[in-house]
Design a protein around this ligand. Structure first.
Ligand code: B12
Length: 583
């Protein structure tokens, strides 16, 4: 077997439902406002920090996005692919709960083919369900927490050594079959110990001669949006979020957010910009760390002076002078904000006393549009506490108001919270208190839910104010009206708008027939393996999320430079190609 087929660690990303190509499931619009399809084919950013950290410590890591490969290659066989490899260890993310089925099934197939290769799971959902997860025979180790690079390195160095295993922080493992839970003591207070190196992805493509497996999501080649994470943990308290302040304090033991230094963020931006012309998004609101930090970040970005579009997200209203500072610091920028609802009472129930009202929001949005901001995306959600069907429809009326006071650079999106309320969120822990009813609690129950025939039955919750049926009704009614408004106010072309309208009609029609035929319809409509027709672009057109494309998205000179470096090193792991503040 060739050396390239023996990485020290093979990282696998599973589709949401393993055998989605065989199943007839009406997934619904659960992924319309993210780049992924309902298969949730995007792998965690953490795969790249893990790869980077292990690489710096001399280990080879290969990423295989099984979900993307299964989507794009009808004949792609997971068992055949896995049989061709002989990694020392295999890591599988169970970061997002919608992978409860796929991640466990991939682990099972791995164990069948490579019974002696240790299977390690990690991610936020794996952390939440670690005790249940370790009970599955196909899982050997679970690494808990929001940061696992260092314990993972220790684990890869300790297989077979019982004493060493018992000392690895954040590790859940089996000692002769009995579960062991090591203390969660690895919680880095600063994040600059690790980088997210885009050059490593190119390096992986060359080393394993496999471009298809590292794709972050389907279509990334055409729309290579990129992200720079800035924070772990959160200061906010949104009750449905699996990474709120309270949730983090329990789940990852992070009692206050940790921020990446502005220098490290800027270095990451420069590294991405060398490789691609694509937009770069900052994950996390820089103002969460205070004005000084946010201003330092802008100063570092000013110094970096990259031409890429830089996307800022805000959890709260940014002060107007901060918008001016962004405008003066970077060449191209956009922003997004998620008020979730226009309705004060709903927002209060979701996030505590809202820090701003609609008038203040509108004032901030107008100011952004007075500046050079290229694009403002405003996100709303369905499934919030105290939110009724009528409140959702009123949110759409509010979107019309926003359209009427702005120009085409501002757009609005609305999405159902789905398929699941996040595990560990305050609602998940105490549903009755917040007016929710949960249909699943354990990992196994969620795995089963994912196999239900339609998204109405897959949703793991309903609220005192909307049943699952009403949540679905509210979604399609809102989506239909919002689409009409986007047409009226020129936010989408008439062609795109008409396409979305006809997809919504088709989804509604399928739903009606499903209800009448009690699920039998799924077989008749030949829905088998169909993840797109009735589930994608049915609340908005996915292309609305992307930026206008460049003729050449990638900078060829840098790709060639990384290639040459790869061959100079004879395919060995390489140290950072870009200046970075990591130690
Ligand atoms: C940025 C982000 C996104 C980005 C994707 C970024 C990406 N590719 O990772 C977008 C916007 C696309 C997104 C989408 C979704 N997201 Co999101 N997302 C986040 C956010 C805000 C930050 C994540 C981040 O920056 N992490 C930093 C990176 C560096 O670390 P990491 O990826 O977590 O990896 C570390 C550990 O988790 C762990 N780890 C992860 N995987 C593995 C695997 C192994 C083997 C090991 C050992 C360790 C390990 O080690 C890593 C390294 O230290 C979090 C909230 C938060 N503050 O954490 C929500 C969050 C993770 N998302 C969430 C959800 C629900 C979703 C969606 C399902 C929502 C939806 N229905 O559309 C989708 C799923 C997308 C998909 N897979 O296709 C929930 C997850 C709750 C849960 N437990 O299920 C969170 C917690 C909060 C939220 N509601 O947004 N998301």
């Amino acid at each position: 077997m060739r050396r390239e087929n023996n990485p020290d660690l093979l990282l696998l990303h599973a589709p949401s439902v393993y055998d989605f190509r065989e199943k007839s499931i009406f997934y619904g619009p659960v992924s319309d406002v993210i780049p992924s399809s309902p298969v949730f084919e995007m792998y965690p950013l953490g795969f790249l920090t893990i790869a980077s950290y292990l690489n710096e410590h001399g280990m080879s890591v290969r990423i295989a996005n099984l979900a993307v490969r299964m989507m794009n290659e009808p004949r792609f066989s997971v068992p055949r692919f896995l049989t061709s490899l002989r990694p020392r260890a295999i890591g599988i993310d169970l970061h997002w709960l919608p992978h409860a089925h796929g991640a466990l099934e991939v682990a099972r197939v791995v164990k069948e083919i490579h019974p002696d290769v240790p299977v390690i799971m990690g991610g936020l959902s794996a952390t939440y369900f670690h005790e249940e997860l370790i009970g599955y025979p196909q899982v050997d180790f679970v690494l808990r927490g929001d940061s696992t690079e260092l314990p993972l390195l220790q684990l890869l160095q300790s297989f077979g050594d019982r004493r060493a295993l018992s000392k690895i922080p954040n590790l859940t493992w089996k000692d002769g079959g009995s579960p062991q839970v090591n203390p969660m003591t690895f919680l880095p207070p600063a994040l600059d110990y690790v980088d997210l190196r885009p050059d490593l992805v190119v390096d992986m493509v060359m080393r394993y001669r496999d471009r298809k497996s590292v794709m972050p999501f389907d279509g990334w080649w055409r729309n290579p949006i990129t992200a720079v994470f800035t924070v772990k943990g959160c200061a906010y308290e949104c009750v449905t979020c699996g990474s709120s302040s309270t949730t983090c304090a329990h789940l990852t033991k992070r009692t206050r957010p940790a921020f990446r230094s502005p220098t490290s963020i800027a270095a990451n931006v420069v590294a991405l910009s060398r490789l691609t012309r694509a937009p770069i998004f900052f994950v996390g609101d820089p103002l969460q760390a205070g004005a000084d930090y946010a201003n330092d970040m802008l100063a570092a970005l000013h110094e970096a002076n990259v031409p890429n579009e830089l996307g800022f997200e805000f959890f709260d209203l940014p002060p107007l002078d901060f918008l001016h500072r962004i405008d003066a610091s970077v060449a191209n920028w956009s922003m997004e904000i998620s008020p979730e609802s226009h309705d004060h009472e709903v927002r209060r129930a979701q996030e505590g006393e809202p820090e701003y009202d609609n008038a203040q929001l509108e004032c901030m949005l107008s100011e952004a549009l007075r500046l050079r901001c290229h694009r403002v995306d405003v996100f709303f959600m369905i499934g919030l506490p105290r939110q009724t069907y009528q409140s959702v429809q009123d949110t759409i009326s509010y979107c019309e108001h926003l359209f009427s006071i702005s120009d085409r650079r501002l757009s609005c999106f609305i999405t159902p919270m789905g398929p699941f309320v996040d595990p560990g969120s305050r609602v998940f822990e105490n549903p009755e208190l917040f007016g929710y009813r949960l249909f699943a609690h354990s990992l196994e129950e969620h795995r089963q839910l994912l196999l239900q025939p339609s998204w109405e039955a897959i949703l793991n919750y309903e609220t005192r104010w909307m049943s699952r049926t009403e949540l679905v009704d509210a979604t399609y009614d809102a989506a239909e009206r919002l689409n009409e408004l986007k047409l009226k106010y020129g936010r989408v072309s008439s062609r795109r708008g008409r396409q979305v309208a006809s997809r919504i009609r088709a989804a509604r029609e399928l739903r009606r027939r499903l209800a009448e035929s009690h699920g039998e319809e799924l077989r008749e409509t030949d829905l088998k393996g169909d993840i797109s027709r009735f589930s994608e672009s049915t609340v908005c057109d996915k292309r609305e999320l992307f930026w206008p494309r460049h003729l050449f998205n990638f900078r060829l000179a840098e790709v060639v430079r990384i290639g040459l470096r790869h061959f100079r090193h004879g395919g060995q792991p390489v140290s950072p190609a870009v200046p970075s503040s990591t130690s």
